[in-house]
Design a protein around this ligand. Sequence first.
Ligand code: NAD
Length: 282
Amino acid sequence: MTAHIIDGKALAKKIREELRADVESFKRSTGGPIGLATVLVGDDPASEVYVGSKRKLSKEAGIEDLHRRLPMDATQEQVAAALDELAADPAVSGILLQLPLPSHLDAKALIDRIPWEKDVDGLTTTSAGRLARSVEGLLPCTPQGVISLLEDEGVELQGANAVVVGRSDLVGKPLAQLLLQRNATVTIAHSKTKDLAAVTRQAEVVIAAAGVPHLIGAEHISAGAVVIDVGIHRSGEGLIGDVDFDAVSKIASKITPVPGGVGPMTIAELLRNTLKAAQLQN
Ligand code: NAD
């Protein structure tokens, strides 16, 4: 079997195009702008690239760029004050605090200063609680992007055995919640899981979000499974994922590539969240 390659780049482009029209009609009907405040503390090169793409694509969608930059040595109080100011500003529909933060800052405390209606990354404690209780709110972008890919591909989640490899607050845990909401039978594997291959081989849907290059090989996948790769790593051969694509694509029925799979979906979902945030506040 050779797996069908899931084209995240194409779906993300389609979502952004649809969104542009929705943003336009929201602005027409309310007479107000939509604004996204990306907040970057310091000058981490990877974060610069991520924030740069978020700003560029949000401007293309008709969303105002209200970027804020703070120096590497900004104190907890200074970052908190910047977030409070954005939270109170009616021109700001969404706030995204780019992670990771410099190590002297308490990231969890800062994230929790963002009001849930402006939490376009879906990472505050309130947003996580709303997700866990299935109360409407803003969902974390990467997990929602994975679900959008699976749904667009027509993958049946109801009753399916789904294994999520990784239990981070950013990806693994919220993804497991979203799969549960769709009636999948969900297993979360992590770094202390015994015999990972035996667990993932039971799955019809495997989602790798462990942050370990090529962790998932042919021995982890049963024939015909759907495999989604969230991992991103820079290597000598360019970007690679948590899945050994060459080996697994011979066994799986569908698979996401890296790059061009989950990555572009994350930004598309961020833009969708920014419009939703503006609607929630309207
Ligand atoms: P993290 O380091 O916070 O969490 C990794 C999780 O994987 C942990 O829960 C850990 O228990 C588990 N894990 C680690 N080693 C394991 C092993 N050997 N076996 C099983 N489980 C193991 O990482 P994260 O923030 O969740 O990100 C995961 C990956 O996804 C990273 O490569 C990151 O770069 C990537 N990522 C991509 C996007 C995107 O837009 N595509 C967004 C966020 C994260």
